[in-house]
Design a protein around this ligand. Structure first.
Ligand SMILES: Cc1ncc(C[n+]2csc(CCOP(=O)(O)OP(=O)(O)O)c2C)c(N)n1
Ligand SMILES: CC(=O)[C@@H](O)[C@H](O)COP(=O)(O)O
Ligand SMILES: [Mg+2]
Length: 616
């Protein structure tokens, strides 16, 4: 086994050509084997095997800076940079992250998780290198999906004009999670089919020779070359028009070509785009056939490609089906996704009502502004989006939606702790920033029945912007429809008021039962609506029990508990005891949701312990 002997990129560089080919075969086997046990982002990594090996043959990631976009395709990089043995812990609590983490290794240049920032980060690094008179190469590795995000164009716009030596590698597999969308994707498809251009450039470069003089002539003859190229291949690439040297398209599974083109890009010493064609899922037939399913997959049987755990229903599925039903009832209802059709449960809607389904690419800010335009002209747009990705749209929510009080509906999926994706993906902010937005209503279903009902209210009863937020996964034991009141009392009690919203109410109810066994009578209030907040019921309850505990899986500053406390203070009153259980100032790591809730004391046991500590 060659892979076993790879402990650092130096070992990769020392391999013969034939050994390197074998390494790629072993890496694919390793990926399928490991990810089948832990789950993870398989298809993108399978597609990037040769590209990552080539990067480690040509560059030195200990000093050169390799900036991953999204970072879900970093597994091979991790395996080649001394972290092979940690793969059994991939995406688990305290284990190896599925994304680049500088705290894990100096080879991880920058944190990643959200798409489209790599060119901007890389340009920042390149500027730092130049100003500090240092000498290393900066590389942004961005997928064609991530290239649908507006931020990527801000980076390219600035980088192309800067003249700053920088390499942007475009890993083009025609796929985002679902097939890629948009005009840029079409432009890339056209480029993919003109390999002759790469060969012309290669010939031209070879004709000048590899000497220092030849390279100088190559660099300085840029204009002549461009003129010849324009005659032979009319129509330049967008990248060239933006000031980059464009190399490609290159077969991303041909190691020799990859190493050649990367070396060449390095020597050019200017802004370069290397366009690499890859196949998502390459080498594992199940993933090649269905790259969407293997983009991010739960543990599976490598022999059959079947997921081990039976698929359970989820909030996302219930949302998607309910929205389709409501849209069939009212022709104004439209669905918008930012490249998350499957994850947000919108596939059924997309198939049933394709003319009212809009996948805008990884463009959350655009999605919100487009929804605003739709709402202004009489449609009822629903933007289904993961909580942490909605952070990208903050100003659009205020400027384009809230200021005009437009009826845009946000279906905020993955609200709260999400689990194995970790730091970058937890929805720990939406319960803080959405209620702050003027005119915004924020509804918090605790189960499927409530989600269906609240979505209907959001669409047809409530005016202005409305968010319905729900977590990753499924409902818990609490399945009643608690009714339409903004706050409902689920359990009477006299010693303390326990407050929560969403599925965390399950933990609170469990805690209340345990407290009763221990002689403490806890009143349980469930917030169906966290904005605007209804104060009457809360005030009455806490005035009676004198003690208040609020449980949330959000950051502490500005959380619902703090807002309740502020509201009471405004009334000139405060509870004798106020216990706020949340994520505090910390960024929650990866792990199962149960493990994370345990570690923050947000589970029933943690709630009981806090109450006993404070109330005894
Ligand atoms: C801001 C943001 N929105 C959505 C996502 C979810 N997401 C993760 S990977 C991905 C597709 C990326 O496609 P591409 O960059 O082409 O990489 P590939 O998986 O094809 O290798 C999406 C939509 C994200 N990570 N960040
Ligand atoms: C890399 C990325 O951002 C997505 O693939 C994300 O991991 C999806 O998460 P879910 O598994 O919750 O859909
Ligand atoms: Mg892609």
């Amino acid at each position: 086994m060659i892979l076993e002997k790879i402990h650092s990129p130096a070992d990769v560089k020392a391999l013969s050509r034939e050994e390197t080919e074998r390494l790629c075969v072993e890496l694919r086997r390793f990926l399928v084997d490991q990810v089948s046990k832990t789950g993870g982002h398989l298809a993108s990594n399978l597609g990037a095997v040769e590209l990552t090996v080539a990067l480690h043959r040509v560059f030195d990631t200990a000093s050169d800076r390799l900036v991953f976009d999204v970072g879900h395709q970093c597994y091979v990089h991790k395996a080649l940079t001394g972290r092979q043995e940690l793969f059994s812990t991939l995406r688990t609590f305290g284990g190896l992250s599925g994304f680049p983490k500088p705290y894990e290794s100096g080879h991880d240049a920058f944190i990643a998780g959200h798409a489209s920032n790599s060119v901007s980060v890389a340009l920042g690094m390149a500027r730092a290198r130049t100003l500090l008179k240092e000498n290393y190469t900066v590389i942004a590795l961005i997928g064609d999906g991530a290239l649908t995000g507006g931020l990527a164009y801000e980076g390219l716009n600035n980088a192309g004009e800067s003249g700053e030596p920088l390499i942007v590698i475009l890993n083009d597999n025609g796929m985002s999670i679902n097939p890629n969308v948009g005009a840029m994707s079409n432009h890339l498809s056209r480029l993919r089919t003109r390999p002759g251009y790469y060969h012309f450039k290669k010939w031209y470069r070879n004709a000048l020779g590899n000497s220092e003089f030849g390279m100088k002539v190559y660099r300085f003859n840029h204009r002549i070359k461009t003129a010849v190229k324009k005659t032979l291949w009319p129509g330049s690439t967008l990248f060239e028009d933006m000031g980059f040297t464009y190399l490609g398209p290159v077969d991303g599974h041909n190691l020799d070509r990859l190493c050649h083109v990367l070396q060449w890009a390095k020597e050019l010493n200017r802004p370069v785009v290397v366009h690499v064609n890859t196949i998502k899922g390459k080498g594992y037939p199940f993933a090649e056939q269905d790259p969407g399913k293997f983009h991010g997959i739960a543990p599976f049987d490598p022999e059959t490609g079947l997921v081990k755990k039976k698929e359970i229903n989820s909030f996302s599925h219930v949302f998607g089906n309910a929205l389709t039903e409501y849209a069939q009832r009212d022709g104004r209802v439209c669905a918008i996704t930012a490249a998350m059709e499957d994850g947000t449960g919108l596939h059924h809607f997309a198939k049933t009502l394709p003319e009212r389904f809009f996948d805008v690419g990884i463009a959350e800010g655009h999605a919100v502004s487009m929804a605003a335009g739709m709402a202004k002209q009489g449609l009822i747009p629903v933007f289904a989006v993961y909580s942490s990705f909605l952070q990208r749209s903050y100003d659009m929510l205020i400027h384009d939606v809230a200021l005009s009080n437009l009826h845009v509906v946000l279906a905020v999926d993955r609200a709260g702790l999400v689990g194995a994706d970790g730091e970058t993906h937890h929805g720990s902010l939406d319960a803080l920033f959405l209620p702050e937005i003027p005119n915004m209503t924020v509804l918090c279903p605790s189960n499927y029945a409530e989600l269906r009902k609240m979505l209907e209210q959001a669409l047809f009863e409530i005016e202005g912007p409305v968010a319905v937020r729900y977590p990753r996964g499924g409902e818990g034991a609490y399945r009643d429809d608690s009714g339409s009141a903004p706050i409902v009392c689920l359990r009477p009690g006299t010693d303390i008021t326990l407050v929560s919203y969403g599925t965390l109410i399950n933990n609170v109810l469990e805690a209340a039962e345990e407290l009763e066994r221990q002689g403490i009578s806890a009143q349980v209030l469930k917030l169906n609506c966290i904005a605007p907040m209804e104060k009457g019921c809360l005030m009455r309850s806490v005035r009676a029990t004198r003690r208040l505990l609020v449980v949330e899986d959000s950051f502490g500053a500005g959380c619902v508990g703090q807002r309740i406390a502020a509201m009471m203070a405004e009334e000139g009153w405060a509870p004798e005891k106020l216990i706020l259980k949340n994520l505090g100032k910390t960024i929650a790591p990866q792990g199962t949701v149960a493990e994370l809730q345990r570690s923050y004391g947000l589970d029933a046991r943690g709630i009981v312990e806090s109450v006993l500590e404070e109330c005894r």
